[in-house]
Every structure is written in structure tokens, then in C-alpha cells.
Design a protein around this ligand. Structure first.
Ligand code: C2E
Ligand code: MG
Ligand code: MG
Length: 394
């Protein structure tokens, strides 16, 4: 009863039928629409995955994307098209910008294997039933209480060096241990924190936990860098460099152990002020990393003006690079550019061995992704490290 639900919208019944067959083999309940207009009239909001053909007579795929965005659809979206890959990319980007959850794309004609791999890799828990509770953003009051009652906890995801897969750093990723709703991911509550001025408090809660953990690892003999995500708001506080300096001192740590991750879009707002703060942080010895690189705005200006020591290539390019020559070219170019600017390059979202090998061949420095490990509580990192560093290295 609790199977995930997939809808195909494609004017070619053969293709729609084929997709449904493959999806059913994987365990989906399926439904197909050969007219997009019909889908729009009948869609009741209950889909975990929507497979959408871009090119259809009458209402086309781009109009469906707009419709899905307007109704706040949160199903995973897979786009298919017989156009050249450039059109698929643009549509994918358009859908993502409109807040849709794009899980991938396929160029027609596609093979059984490619479709099977994409659908079976979605790791869907049937959200059509669970969704109403789990995706509702919390109120500001609830989040305030969570901050006061220590309900936020930091998970850590390993970043490994690509020559030997050794642990070199971790990224701190906040979670909310909600008393009724279980473990909530940051995408659900960071926007609330930003909107209601709670983000600075949240950042300091995260930073204190990170320092405590880092000190603990240090005492166990594990010295690794820890990356922390910084919001735009926090980066506008002129005293931030001094406050950060005092913080690491209090835990007897070095600023060079801390990497501050900043997104490109963050920097665009009030660049001059952020530049002042970021430059002073760098002068104190903190590392600066530009996160989700390639998805924001004015990337090149920022690379030139901000003293970054690291670039993190956005996972949308990394995840596509094995199947998509254009994504691979972008990744390769970012690596070349970053190295010329003396920066370290980290690839995010590495899920397969073939992707890791490709990145290693391109001389990418580090990688992070489910292939190596998912984010885990701080006290599991040491065991993970011991397991993954000892074997062949003696
Ligand atoms: P991010 O900084 O780009 O973090 C990477 C996200 O990618 C994490 O999601 C991580 O779990 C996920 N990820 C890692 N490897 C893979 C992979 O192989 N495949 C896929 N599909 N995903 C992977 P998470 O933890 O849900 O965090 C989402 C975003 O929330 C972060 O993106 C970051 O922007 C924000 N965030 C997390 N913690 C904090 C925080 O303490 N403060 C602030 N301001 N933002 C935070
Ligand atoms: Mg990050
Ligand atoms: Mg990122």
C-alpha cells in the first residue's frame, strides 16, 4: 500500500509505457498522461516522482514546469527530451530555479540501464503519505525553542583526498533532533532561521559544537580541518573575525583548522562589507571556501576579489559528469581555473566510483559524497577514520 508513486507525462504512449514498466519493476505505482493538459486538470499532488517530456504538442514541458512550481510541487522531477543536451540543461536549470526538485534528465533515445539506474538511485521513501508532516517548515517560535533546548546537532561528512581516499577534513552539517518529527535536515529550517533573524544564533550554536568536537578529536590524536557553512547575514557582522579568533583560542585550536564555506549568492549582497570581513578572517588564518561553485552569480569576480583558498564544485555538475560531456567540461574547467589561482578543488556529491576515478584523473584534490560516507554524528567520525585509514597504509 505504501509504495512510492510515479507519474509519466509524455505524448508518446510507447515511451510512457516503457518508463512505467521499468518503474514498476523497481516498486513504483505508476500512472501516465499522454496530454499535459489532462495532467494539469487531474493532478492531485500525490506523486513522489514525475517524469516529464519537454516536447509535447499543446501544453509543453516548460509550461508544466511552471504549473508544478506554482502549486509548490515537491516530487522529484526527471526531464526527458529528444533535443540536444543543452536544451535539457536549460530546462533543468529553469525547473531548479523555480524551486522544483530536479533529480535528473535523460536524452531520448535512452537505454533501459540508464532509466533503471536513475529511478532505482532515487532512494524514495513514499512521501505521498508522509509528506504533509515532514516537509512543513517550522515556525520561528519552534526554532527559537529548539535553539534554547539544544535540539540542534551537528553531523559531519568526510572530505577525502583523491590520492588515496584518506580523510582530510569534514564538513559540519546541522540537523534538528525534533522531539516529534525525528531528524530534520537543514533545508527545512535554515530558511526560517534566515527569515526570522535566528541565523546568527544558529551559527554560533553550530560553531560551539564544532569547536568542542574538534578539541575532542584533537585529544584523540585526530587533527583534521572542519568546514562550517556561513550565512550571508553572519558575514556582515564587522566583529566576526575577532569573535572567531577568540572562539578558536578558547578551545586552544588553530584558525587554519577551520574552513568557512560561503556561497556565491551570499557574497553578491553587500560585497564590499563581506570583502572587508572575509579578508580579515583570511589574515587571521581561517580558510575560506566558495561553496556550490558554478550555480550562483558573478563567480569570476568573486574568485578574483575574495581570498578564497578552496572551491567546492556544485554537486549538480559532479553528479552528471560521467554521463554528460558538458557537465564534465565544466568540472574540468573549474579544476584548471582553480589550480591556476592556487586554490584547492573539492568535488561535492560524489556517489559512484566512476565519478571518483574521473575526478582523480582530472587532478581534483578532494571529494565529498555518499560514495565515501553520509553525514554522521561527531562520535562516529573517529571510528570511520580508523576503519578507512589503516588497511593498506600500514
Ligand atoms: P552544502 O553546504 O552544499 O552541503 C552539502 C549537502 O550535500 C549536504 O546536505 C550533504 O548531506 C549533501 N550531500 C553530500 N554528499 C552527497 C551526495 O553524494 N549526494 C547527494 N545527493 N547529496 C550529498 P544537507 O546536510 O542537507 O545540507 C544542505 C545545505 O544546508 C548545505 O549545503 C548548506 O548550504 C546548508 N547548511 C547545512 N548546515 C548548515 C549550517 O550549519 N549553517 C548554514 N548557514 N547552512 C547550513
Ligand atoms: Mg557547504
Ligand atoms: Mg555545497
Amino acid at each position: 500500500m505504501n509504495r512510492p508513486r510515479l507519474i509519466v507525462i509524455d505524448d508518446e504512449p510507447d515511451i510512457a509505457g516503457f518508463i512505467c514498466d521499468v518503474a514498476e519493476q523497481i516498486g513504483f505505482v505508476t500512472e501516465q498522461f499522454n496530454y499535459a493538459g489532462l495532467f494539469k486538470d487531474h493532478y492531485n499532488g500525490y506523486a513522489d516522482v514525475i517524469v516529464l517530456d519537454l516536447m509535447m504538442p499543446g501544453v509543453d514541458g516548460v509550461e508544466v514546469i511552471r504549473f508544478l512550481s506554482e502549486i509548490g510541487c515537491n516530487a522529484r522531477l526527471i526531464l526527458i527530451s529528444g533535443f540536444d543536451p543543452g536544451v535539457l540543461h536549460s530546462a533543468q536549470q529553469l525547473a531548479a530555479e523555480q524551486g522544483l526538485n530536479v533529480a535528473g534528465s535523460l536524452s531520448k533515445p535512452f537505454r533501459y540501464d540508464a532509466l533503471y539506474q536513475l529511478l532505482s538511485g532515487l532512494s524514495i521513501t513514499p512521501k505521498s503519505l508522509a509528506r504533509p508532516v515532514s516537509t512543513e517548515p517550522p515556525s520561528a517560535g519552534e526554532l527559537r525553542e529548539a535553539l534554547d533546548h539544544d535540539e540542534l546537532m551537528v553531523y559531519y561528512q568526510p572530505k577525502v583526498g583523491l590520492n588515496g581516499d584518506c580523510l582530510v577534513a569534514v564538513e559540519a552539517l546541522v540537523r534538528w533532533k525534533h522531539p516529534n518529527r525525528g531528524l530534520l535536515g537543514p533545508d527545512l529550517f535554515i530558511p526560517t532561521a534566515e527569515q526570522y533573524d535566528l541565523i546568527d544564533d544558529l551559527t554560533w550554536v553550530v560553531l560551539e559544537q564544532v569547536m568542542t568536537q574538534c578539541r575532542c578529536w584533537h585529544d584523540q590524536g585526530l587533527t583534521i580541518q572542519v568546514a562550517v557553512n556561513m550565512s550571508a547575514h553572519t558575514l556582515k557582522e564587522l566583529e566576526l573575525p575577532e569573535k572567531m579568533g577568540t572562539l578558536v583560542q578558547r578551545y586552544n585550536l588553530e584558525p587554519s583548522q577551520i574552513i568557512l564555506e560561503v556561497t556565491e549568492t551570499t557574497l553578491m549582497q553587500e560585497l564590499a562589507k563581506s570583502l572587508d570581513i572575509l579578508t580579515r578572517l583570511r589574515m587571521k588564518g581561517f580558510h575560506l571556501s566558495i561553496d556550490d561553485f558554478g550555480t550562483g552569480y558573478s563567480s569570476l569576480v568573486q574568485l578574483y576579489r575574495v581570498p578564497f583558498s578552496e572551491i567546492k564544485i556544485d554537486r549538480s555538475f559532479v553528479m552528471e559528469m560521467v554521463n554528460d560531456p558538458e557537465a564534465a567540461t565544466i568540472v574540468e574547467t573549474i579544476i584548471l581555473l582553480g589550480h591556476k589561482l592556487n586554490m584547492r578543488i573539492v568535488a561535492e556529491g560524489v556517489e559512484t566510483a566512476s565519478c571518483r576515478e574521473r575526478l582523480a584523473r582530472l587532478a581534483c584534490d578532494q571529494a565529498q559524497g555518499y560514495l565515501f560516507a553520509r553525514p554522521m554524528p561527531g562520535d562516529e567520525v573517529f571510528a570511520w577514520f580508523s576503519q578507512h585509514s589503516n588497511p593498506e597504509r600500514g
